[in-house]
Structures are given as structure tokens and as C-alpha cells.
Design a protein around this ligand. Sequence first.
Ligand code: MSP
Length: 527
Amino acid sequence: MKNMKNMKKTFYITTPIYYPSGNPHIGHCYTTVACDAIARYKRFQGYDVMFSTGTDEHGMKIEENAEKAGQTPKEFVDGIADKFKALWEFMNISYDRFIRTTDDYHKQAVQNIFKTIYDKGYIYKGEYSGKYCVPDESFWTPSQLIDGKCPECGREVTDAKEEAYFMKMQPFAARIEKLLTETDYLQPQARVNEMLNNFIRPGLEDLCVSRTTFKWGVPVPFDDTHVVYVWLDALTNYITLLGYANGQYNNFEQYWPCDLHMTAKEIVRFHSIIWPAILMACDLPLPKKLYSHGWINFGGKKMGKSTGNVIDPFILGKRYGVDSIRYQILRDMPFSGDFDYTNESMLSRINSDLANDFGNLVSRTTAMVEKYFGSTLPAAKIHEEVDNELIDMASGLSKKVDALIDEPQLGAALAEIFKVVSRANKYIDETCPWILAKDESKKARLAAVLYNLLEVIRITSCLLCPFMPETMPIAQKQIGASGDELSYQNVGIWGKLRPDVTVEKGDILFPRFDVEKEIEQLTAVDN
Ligand code: MSP
């Protein structure tokens, strides 16, 4: 129960559950890494976090892909679900729960939910009419056709009707409109108008919630010639994985309503109209926020399995480090637009921010503490006016980052952190520690300068840790920071590092890459 004494505040965050119809790529990584960074940040802030991800394994596409691969659908999805899990392990994704829609408890819960909505009178049996491709056994809406032909195989389609179950949408239309217009549920706000103009204002049509054209799905509980529509099956994962309508878990009261659903823009309609309608039909509270980000494009097109332009995160992570890849995609995705991935921009981002700015700051600072003080700073320090701007920037940083994480504007949060890192590098040039070191009477001043730099590294590394969880603990060890010095409570307080700290100079955190050479080699890998 949420309000019990001594319970931590909860935070529930979800990725979409991905189709295991092909191997995962850097596009899937974006959403998952973004959620991971937020989940880690919230844990750092002291929240009790539930971070979920998974695979959406039913539907005609999967059935077909399995057949092409000469496997049963279950064998097929088992193989790809394992690949997703392996990728998340490789990318250091700290999810708490991984749901597969073929899990028995989920299937049973979907049937229970379907039955509940039916019993309440919101689901009825009707007729679905559309364009039918006989060889493919698929229904299409007129807008899905390409040149009037089947979008899958290019063959002629015919008018056809089939029996189907429908969910009424009108009872929920006014509440959905309010959700979108009177709350900040859907972010970025620009997407609200798209939903209003394209779907809500023209009048919401009843939703077809069953299919008879394929078998690979959850059977409708009272009519097993039908399987449940994949989106009803998929969306309900967000509650079934907490234990709703099943006995597998017992966390529904604890974590629902969800704090943040994250998806890309192409599935906003499902998450901002259909999902709220399903929840309303079940009399359940609505999630608090849906953030739908843009796409990672490649050569101007959405990166995706069907376009073939997929970038393999395993190759990039192995060559450049998982943290660097995590950083680059989060830093370069704008809040409301798309971004075009290129190997050049990825490498130059790693070189400029990570190798030059952050990595150099740590290696220069620890090298100077070692060289001028034998690794341990003296307690005596002399403060000067020139220190103030840096101290103010670093002390105020965590508040800004907290707010941006809540938006969630991850690229902007990283940009704020790197402003302070750059300011610290500029501070080195302003204070010229190598000149201070030549004058024995300036030792206390030199100690203050180096301490200030270590403090900036302590603060920025704490805030960067959720984004780069492998490298930041190494940086923290190098500057001799540990325990409570790295706590959230102390990240906004200047001067928490012990005054007589001992540094441990270590390996380079982020190596610099020769962009041209790397591009050549990456191109060779591609071919
Ligand atoms: N199975 C549905 C989602 C059901 S959620 C209840 C689905 N699966 S998907 O495999 O197609 O994944 C789509 C999601 O993957 C996007 O919404 C986004 O989160 C992520 N991305 C896939 N390709 C992407 C890009 N090129 N760029 C950014 N995100 C991408 O839709």
C-alpha cells in the first residue's frame, strides 16, 4: 500500500514491449537506455523503482516470420527474446521485470481483463469489414493499402467481412479528450494536437479487439475461434506484470498508476487513446505520464528492421564502450524531434565530451594532486573570488538535473552537466595550478584549486552515473570519493569530499578515437 509508514515513494517506469520479429537494434536501445537512466536516477534519489520491459510475442507477423524460419512461433520468439535479454545485459539495463506476452500468467490475465470488459457491456460481437488479401489471409483498412493492393505481397485485395468483437470507445471519449487537453499526460505537448485532430475530434471509432485470421494469440475466453487483438494483449502488460488479474505477482497496489510510459512517436495513439480507454473500461486509475520521443534515423529514414538500416549495438558497444554509446544516443536525441545517426557524429561526440572534457578533467586533476601533493591534499586551503562561479554552478546543478529528468529531457540534463564540466576545464586555465605549484607560499591556494576540481568531478560523476554506470564509479574511485560523499543527499552540497582526500590515478576513462580510421573500419564491418 502506497501510504503505509516507512514506505519509500515509488516510481514505476516502462519501455514498450518489443516485437521479437527481428534482432534488436540501436533504435530499441534508445528507449530502453533512456528508461534505464531515469530508473537509476530515481533509485539514486531514494525511490522504490519498478522498471519494466519485455517482448510482445503474439500476432500474425510473428506467426509468418516463424514459418519462414521453419520454426514454431514459440521456438522463434524464444530465440529472439533471448537476444533482447542478452542485449539488455550487455547495455547494463537494470530492469526489474521482463515480461513476455507468452508467459502463462499474462495470457490468463488478458483473458480475465477481456471478460471483465465484456461483462461490463463495453465489448460486443459485430462484423469487421475491410479489404482482404486471400493468399495472405489478412484484413487491411483502405489507408493501409499500397496502390490499392496488399501492402505485404502486392496482390489484389477483395471486400470481405468477418465476425469480430469490438470495444465501445464513445463512453470514454470525453475523458480521453480531457486527459490530453487538461493534464500534461502526453509529452511533448505537440503530439496532443495530432491525437485530437486525427482521431478524437473526427469521432472515435469502436475498436476491433479480436481476430480470426490467425491463431498465434490469446484465445478469447468464451469464444476460442477468436484471438485477442494484439494491442489489447500488449498494452495490458503494464498491469499484468504487477500482478493485476493474476496470481503471479502482488505489486499492483504498490506501483500502479504508472509514473512514466516511454515509447517512440509511432505508437502514441495506442498509449494515449486506446490504453486509457482499456483502463477506464476496467475502472482503473490512469498512468501519470506518457513521453513519446522521436526516432533515431539513419540516412533520413527511421532505423528499423523492415528498412534494413539497423546499427548493431553489440558492435558499437564493444568498439567504443557501452557507456559511450549510452551517452551519445541520450545526449543527441532532441526532446521533440528525430535525430539522424551517423558514425561520424557519434565518434565526435565521444571525443569531445567524454575524452576531451570529462576524461581530461579527471586525468589532469588527479595527475596534479599526485604530482604536487603526493596524492593526498593538505587540509589547509585558501579560497579566492574566482572560485565562486564554479562553486555556484556545481552546487546548483543537481536541482536543474532533477527537474530535467522529470520532464524527461535527458539530452538537456546531460548538456547542463557538461556545462559545469567545461567550466571546470576553463577554471584550470584561469587558475594555472602549474604556476601556483612553483611558489611554496601558494600551496594552500593550489590545494583549494585542486579540491574544487575534485568536488566538481564528485558532483558531476554522481549525476552522470545513471547514464554511464560503468565508468562513473571508476572516476569516483580515482578521485578518492566514497560512501556518503556520493549520496543523493550530498550531491547538491559543496564541500562534502574529505578535505584531506587521497586520489588514485588510474587508467584513461574514455580513449580518443581517430574518426577517419574508425569510419574506415566500421564501413568494413558493415560490408
Ligand atoms: N510491440 C509494440 C509495442 C507494444 S507496447 C505495449 C511495438 N514494438 S516495436 O518492436 O516495434 O518497438 C517500437 C518501439 O521501439 C518504439 O516505440 C521505440 O520505443 C523503439 N524504437 C524502435 N525503433 C526506433 C528508432 N529508430 N528510434 C527510436 N526508437 C525506436 O511497437
